[in-house]
Design a protein around this ligand. Structure first.
Ligand code: SF4
Length: 353
């Protein structure tokens, strides 16, 4: 796919920024809404074909903006129907986006960075370090492009999770701008903020900003209930240890009936003992929380192991018995390295089409 290089991707502009840009040309703000509806609701790629706009406005848009679809370098399909898209970016970098079939709907897992600087030991993305942040347009385009494909196939794509490559709060401005478009029900992609979840390792200073700037669900990648274990698994914990992180979670303003999801990857012999479950319960005391237990997805680059099923079941039982909501989430797409922690933006796909 060829990308226009001298024009701005209109997906890099939020509605407010497009309104301000048009205002400089004396164009009233409702025309921005018309443009955005063409781009996101009608999935148009051609300004000239936006027939309810004046010819002058169409020409102005066409002179300054382009609409970038992501190049689909590969698609891998898992036996459970999970699809992993390897998208090519204009500078030759690649990111992965995963479309996951669930009961009655589909969920899309999107990336926010090429690579990642956080260095979590269980994660494939961490291996190459951070290459660069995705632009706002590149984050939106993952959703817009796959939503078009889902619509063409009659799939019910309702949920978006920001859990792919990268730490979203380390690319804060672009992620929040993209979320404003993804959750705009009038002119944007129209996903309910209740069905959009952002997952973070816990960059504490950004949590209050996130609560002020968005209404999406918060998930915190926890993975250990003591600082020694968590720092060994996730170097970020040395900057924001558990006491600081949990204080920020306690202060996080939650709408009625919302909870913070705490993701806990269960790794054999590392964080799956009864004492770990006990510490986890007391750590979450007083927080409206749900725990997602994710049995580790083994991969060749890491010698961690998945706990035995009996250990997984016992860990969950201990949380439930203590009154803590806890579900075991078995990642999908494990046979195409699309499961949690397996994304890395390289072309190691077993089954292409
Ligand atoms: S788990 Fe997330 S934050 Fe940690 S290294 Fe991987 S992509 Fe980055």
């Amino acid at each position: 796919m060829k990308f226009a290089t001298n024009k701005t991707d209109i997906q890099d502009l939020t509605g407010d920024r497009l309104r301000a840009w048009l205002a400089d040309y004396g164009i009233r703000s409702f025309h921005a809404d018309q443009v955005l509806r063409w781009v996101y609701r009608r999935q148009s790629d051609d300004f000239v074909a936006m027939t309810d706009l004046s010819k002058t406005l169409r020409r102005l848009l066409d002179d300054h903006f382009c609409l970038k679809r992501l190049a689909v370098d590969r698609v891998a399909v898992a036996t459970d129907g999970t699809r992993k898209f390897l998208f090519g970016l204009p500078d030759g970098q690649q990111v992965e986006t995963v479309l996951i079939p669930e009961r009655g709907h589909h969920t899309l897992c999107i990336s926010t960075q090429v690579g990642c600087a956080q260095g979590c030991r269980f994660c494939m993305t961490a291996r190459g370090g951070l290459v660069r942040n995705l632009t706002c347009g590149e984050i939106i385009a993952q959703v817009r492009d796959v939503a078009a494909l889902a619509a063409a196939e009659g799939l019910n794509l309702t949920n978006v999770v920001i859990m792919g490559m990268g730490e979203p709060l380390a690319n804060y401005r672009h992620v929040v701008d993209a979320l404003s478009v993804i959750t705009d029900s009038d002119c944007g992609l129209g996903f309910s903020s209740r069905r959009v979840t952002l997952s973070t390792v816990g960059l504490v200073p950004r949590l209050a900003d996130l609560a002020a700037d968005t209404r999406v669900n918060l998930a915190v990648s926890l993975n250990a209930a003591d600082d020694e274990t968590r720092s060994a698994l996730m170097p970020t914990n040395r900057r924001y240890p558990l006491e600081t992180l949990m204080a920020a979670c306690r202060a996080y303003p939650l709408a009625p009936r919302r909870r913070i999801t705490f993701e806990y990857i269960l790794i054999a012999g590392i964080n799956d003992r009864p004492g770990d479950a006990r510490r986890l319960v007391s750590l979450l005391h007083g927080i409206r929380a749900k725990v997602n237990l994710i049995p580790f997805n083994e991969h060749p680059a890491c010698d961690f192991r998945r706990p035995a099923q009996a250990v997984i079941d016992a860990f969950q039982r201990q949380l439930l018995d203590a009154g803590q909501t806890a579900v075991v989430r078995y990642s999908k797409g494990g046979d195409i390295a699309a499961a949690c922690g397996q994304l890395r933006g390289t072309a190691r796909l077993e089954e292409d089409r």
